[in-house]
Design a protein around this ligand. Structure first.
Ligand SMILES: [Fe+2]
Length: 419
């Protein structure tokens, strides 16, 4: 999903109108206009998710260009900031580290030609940070062994970030215990060619759903199967995007999660069973669903499809993060975060935006689900991210979700004994 709006900030109405007219004729974006820095900040707070670029004058009453720039820095926004002023960047001390803050930040000196305006903005909107797609998709090794016995496809093990070895050829007879030696070496996943992923995930989900409907499945087995379903659907959305087919599978996983929550006797039993298997992203998704739905039962929150919305936000809030380790980072001042490379810090800082992008437009997930995902790292005192919102700037449902996300993290990190 492209963010569709450009925010133009200038106190002179004629300049705003001219810039808007030029941009509208060159870019498929809506243009938002603000006459001051503080007016722009109010728009940014309300529509951060939809804004792809800020074009800003410097000298303005009621909040100048530095006020807007500082707001973007403080909220750790990835929105490119283009200064459009008679000042040069180097003349203004607030713009120290201008490019380091965001490589797409740029400046245009007034007076400017329409060509310079268009070129600068085209450059800032180009997506050079697009990730290179991997040729293979992962499938949890035990689920593949259990549910995909037909041996119709090539199967690989990942050795390093770009190196895979084939461990099973298409149509080759599978020797008993062929996966065990990799499991013994702590391999969690096998990898299959991208184009085979849809078929394999369909088979695994179908088997998970039919196992869940087996009358003799124990509550513990149902939780384990449900969490496996959560992981498969997370990977489906990452690998295949949102389609009618994925939406149908998501609804089934949400439904089985709701049933599993209702059948869970106690938090400590749940934590005990989670601790037996590793996998922070899937476990945290289920535990957040459980904690948030449990809190929702005892507080008065009006929301249609309350549990389903909470469960959807729980399943997808960290979907853009590639590793369990990155998902455990909650504090941007922590040594764990500081030790990351700049691009990885950016990925952690911005994962809520990317997660919302991955789940598609509002036709698939309602606004309240998207807002829970977007704001799940905000904090009541305004110290959270991405927007530094305070307690009175989030809805009660978002506040409940933030609490559940934080509690679940603490429960998983500290284990059941601490609860
Ligand atoms: Fe997160």
């Amino acid at each position: 999903m492209n963010k569709k709006k450009i925010l133009v900030i200038d106190d002179e109405p004629e300049i705003r109108e001219v810039i808007a007219a030029i941009l509208e004729s060159y870019f498929d974006r809506d243009i938002l206009l603000a006459a001051s820095g503080n007016e722009a900040i109010a728009i940014l707070k309300a529509q951060h998710l939809e804004i792809s670029l800020v074009l800003c004058d410097f000298s303005m009453p009621d909040g100048n260009g530095a006020t807007v720039y500082n707001h973007l820095r403080e909220t750790k926004s990835d929105i490119p900031y283009i200064l459009c002023s008679s000042y040069e960047i180097g003349e203004i001390k607030e713009f120290e580290n201008f490019k380091q803050t965001n490589p797409k930040n740029d400046s245009i000196t007034k007076p400017f030609s329409s060509q310079i305006l268009v070129d600068t903005i085209s450059n800032a909107l180009s997506d050079e940070n697009q990730e290179v797609l991997e040729p293979y998709c992962r499938v949890r090794i035990d689920k593949f062994e259990e549910f995909c016995k037909d041996n119709l496809i090539n199967v690989y093990i990942k050795l390093s970030s770009s190196k895979y070895i084939k461990i099973l050829k298409e149509n080759e007879k599978r020797a008993p215990g062929v996966f065990q030696k990799y499991i013994d070496k702590n391999a969690e996943y096998v990898w299959i060619e991208n184009e085979k992923y849809q078929d394999v995930s369909d088979v695994i989900l179908e088997k998970i759903f039919s196992a869940l409907n087996t009358p003799n499945a124990s509550p513990e087995e149902k939780i384990e199967l449900t969490i496996s379903g959560i992981e498969v659907i997370q990977d489906c959305v990452k690998n295949l995007g949102i389609s009618q087919k994925t939406i149908e599978a998501i609804e089934k996983v949400v439904d089985s999660t709701e049933k599993a929550i209702k059948e869970t006797d106690s938090l400590s039993d749940l934590l005990d069973s989670l601790n037996k298997k590793k996998g922070y992203l899937k476990d945290h998704a289920f535990l957040t669903s459980y904690v948030a739905c449990s809190i929702a039962e005892v507080v008065d929150i009006k929301n249609e499809n309350l549990w389903a919305n909470i469960i959807k936000a729980s399943i997808f809030h960290n979907i853009s993060l590639p590793t369990n380790e990155k998902a455990t980072i909650f504090d941007l001042k922590s040594p764990q975060y500081i030790a990351l490379e700049q691009k990885d810090q950016f990925q952690v800082r911005e994962h809520m935006h990317k997660s919302v992008e991955l789940i598609g437009g509002e036709q698939f997930f309602p606004k309240e689900v998207r807002k829970m995902i977007l704001n799940h790292h905000e904090q009541p005192d305004g110290s959270g991210y991405p927007s530094g919102l305070k307690e009175n700037e989030v809805t009660p449902l978002e506040a409940l979700f933030i609490l559940a996300v934080n509690l679940s993290n603490t429960f998983i990190i500290k284990g059941g004994d601490q609860t």
